[in-house]
Write a protein that binds this ligand. Structure first.
Ligand code: GMT
Length: 375
């Protein structure tokens, strides 16, 4: 198939999923055309059948807000026609589903099919905002196919937007070779030279990630055990997190590491991963942790419990309950036998249920079904 893929190309789970999906599809013989405003950050140009088309947004003094969504629609149409695409697959509803809709309408004879994958905040936060609600609803309704990364997100989308259309659940996936346990990570020696326990959080530091709960959970652990907290990523909550770390008296044990490449080495160096988000539609970083054999501490609610099985691949506690999360962490870190069995269960879960080739196969079958249904 010739497939156009549009996503946000910068850091973020939806961009990672879209880019990795394109990479794997290309290795399976499909022709992939990424269409975005810059090169997706995990883009690999060493694959022969992978192309990148840049959307250029012309500005003009009249345009206080240059219309990216329109420029994207035009670029989509150009690529559809020039490369005879079979399908457009857009990731994150806003504005990508609307641009795809426009591209389809602009050439009614060609009528490209488009699939929208919902990732989470495009529905629960941005799409649900009244400035974007009707257009998001319209984009979802008009898509030839819609997928969501968890059952939670599927149900939530249908509820919030009062729609009944089919939404296929296809979870996030992981490269279990890249994200695998490393029994001897040298990074661990550097960050915890005294043999301290290592807790990790990695995100875009937005409010939804609940950085205060991460820090309070860690503070509880640090009262009892020698420990370090690694914070990987950056975003609006960083400054207030540094302040809270000082208030809690743990700033000397918290390492703010900023945005990083090769993130697998941080998972490999960790004992536990903390992701207590308010609503995590799936939790790609939690899956990467689990694949490295690292259990996850998270909150009940959202899609995380579809990935993290309580007391098996992690610990699910009530949202915001840092005390309970801290207690779970301490119990786990104090029991070597528990650590051994849970680390094995994590690895098994990632390989059995979320291995990339298995999940990408689900996307391929879904593409076939959508194309057959509308032919
Ligand atoms: O987590 C973020 O804020 C980034 C966001 C994105 O769209 O890039 O991630 C969302 O998509 C990921 C990939 O499908 C999911 O694993 C994340 O759970 C989801 N984030 C939220 O729902 C908050």
């Amino acid at each position: 198939m010739k497939i156009g893929i549009t996503c946000y190309p910068t850091y973020g789970g939806s961009g990672v999923v879209a880019t990795e999906l394109g990479r794997i599809l290309a290795t399976r013989g499909h022709e992939i055309h990424y269409i975005s405003y810059s090169v997706p950050f995990r883009f690999r140009d060493d694959l022969l059948n992978t192309n990148y088309h840049e959307v250029e947004v012309t500005t003009y003094p009249l345009f206080k807000y240059p219309p990216y969504d329109l420029a994207l629609a035009c670029k989509m149409l150009e690529v559809i026609e020039a490369h005879d695409l079979d399908l457009l697959h857009v990731h994150y509803a806003i504005p990508h589903a609307i641009s795809a809709f426009l591209a389809r309408q602009m050439n009614p004879n060609r009528r490209i099919r488009f699939i929208t994958t919902l990732h989470g905040t495009d529905i629960t936060i941005v799409g649900n905002d009244k400035s974007y609600y009707p257009v998001t609803r319209f984009g979802i309704q008009q898509s030839d196919g819609v997928t969501a990364v968890s059952n939670f997100l599927r149900v939530e989308t249908r509820r919030l937007f009062e729609i009944e259309r089919d939404i296929e659940v296809i979870p996030n996936f992981v490269d279990t070779q890249r994200f695998r346990p490393d029994p001897n990570p040298c990074l661990r020696q550097r960050v915890a030279p005294g043999g301290e326990r290592v807790l990790l959080h990695m995100s875009n530091f937005r409010k939804v990630k609940r950085l205060p709960v991460v820090l309070r959970t860690f503070a509880r652990v640090a009262e009892k055990l020698p420990a370090r907290l690694l914070l990987v990523g950056d975003g609006p909550e960083r400054a207030s997190s540094e302040e809270l770390a000082r208030e809690l008296g743990v700033h000397d044990r918290v390492l703010f590491l900023g945005k990083q490449d090769s993130v697998e080495r941080f998972f490999q160096a960790a004992d536990l991963f903390l992701l207590p988000s308010e609503f995590e539609s799936f939790g790609l970083s939690a899956l990467e942790a689990i694949s490295c054999g690292v259990p996850v501490i998270g909150a009940r609610g959202g899609g995380l419990p579809e990935l993290v099985e309580d007391e098996r691949t992690g610990f699910i506690r009530e949202p915001g309950d840092a005390d309970a999360m801290g207690e779970a962490a301490i119990d786990y870190l104090e029991s070597t036998s528990r650590q051994e069995e849970m680390r094995a269960w994590c690895r098994e879960a990632a390989v059995e249920s979320f291995e990339e080739s298995k999940i990408v196969g689900q996307y391929e079958s879904y593409y076939d079904r959508v194309l057959e249904a509308v032919c």
